[in-house]
Design a binder for this molecule. Sequence first.
Ligand code: SAM
Length: 397
Amino acid sequence: MAISLDVALEKACVQILNTSVLVRVVLSGRRKSMETEFERVDIRPVLIKDKIQLQLSHNDGRATTVKNIQPESDLILTFLNSGYSNILVEHTEGSMAIRITKSGEAHVGYEKKAFTQELSHDKKKNRLLDPTDPFLLEVGITDHKGNIKPSKQDKYLQVEEFLRLLAPTLKSAIEAGQIHAPSKEKPLSIVDLGCGHAYLTFAAHQYLRSIGIPVEVTGIDIRTASRDRNNEIAKKLGITSTINFRAEEIANTTKQSADVAIALHACDIATDDAIAWAVKADAKLLLIAPCCHHDIQSQMDVSPEPWAGVTKFGLMRERLGDLLTDTLRAQILRIVGYRVEIIEFIGGEHTPRNLMIRAVKTNAPPDSIDLTRYREICAQWGITPALESKLPAPFIS
Ligand SMILES: C[S@@+](CC[C@H](N)C(=O)[O-])C[C@H]1O[C@@H](n2cnc3c(N)ncnc32)[C@H](O)[C@@H]1O
């Protein structure tokens, strides 16, 4: 039902102010010609010192920031009118969804459904993966009682946090037309490069399917034992029509294309192979969490001054090498037409390799400053990143 925007927002505001039954509010998407401060804002009622407040949380890709506000209509209306194109209000007996069109009309839908209110202040993070999903047992993350094995806790969290970024990034890219809307006939193709035991590969397959995204997933790893084990698990789970594994080197894989390329801790320059493959295969979205970095470090023979003041400390040299490596990878991706961010996908206590390069193909021409900076950094340090050598020459004209 299309109604005037003001009326729709007033209705949503009334529902939000009814905090005794409010469950949550989600603001997402962007209205035409408007900027939003965050990609998505989640709001829920919380009980603090016997008073209900509204807890706003948003994630900038690095961390989740939480703020509590009083449930006051002026504040809420300002938020509702701050540029988001989708507003979802859930209460204990149903939901109201507003979609604001390009022409500024509000399409409002209602659904009757029971939702549970949860007012505790320190709510535990919702897990994305169903703890009873048999894949967790088959890949060896959980034991027969369904408990996560202590030795797999960190890997499990890495996978969950990876998915937590994958899903909204994917959704935004689909909404922006950068990735086709996946359908049964044309599922989203995902390739996991350097998949190893395929914790992430299976998790992405199961999770995306659970939220209604048809997928076709391929895991690639140089080791034949990994391929055989993973294909066997896929067979056991009855999902071989939508997930498969190949024992191939990333650089020479027979896989030709994918919409999305993911890689979690592909060793050293296997990460460069993964990025190079994705660029050549014209993947629209890359989520790459690099592993150890030796390539640039081994080329940092002579540090340009005054950087010798940093590199004289072994540990600092190593860290600077890591920073240069991922910076130059990001810079190359910008140059070849991706919008790039470098973010922390998980806290450092779970893995020191906690950076992620997130890149969406926009085909935007690079700023000339990107090329200049890239060339100057390489020239000053006398280095040629492995990724540059893996892309068709000259990758920068
Ligand atoms: C550190 S493990 C990470 C595995 C998995 N992504 C995970 O997070 O559990 C790196 C994997 O990359 C694979 N690998 C390394 N170099 C490769 C290459 N050039 N081509 C294909 N796979 C490679 C290794 O065999 C190994 O399984």
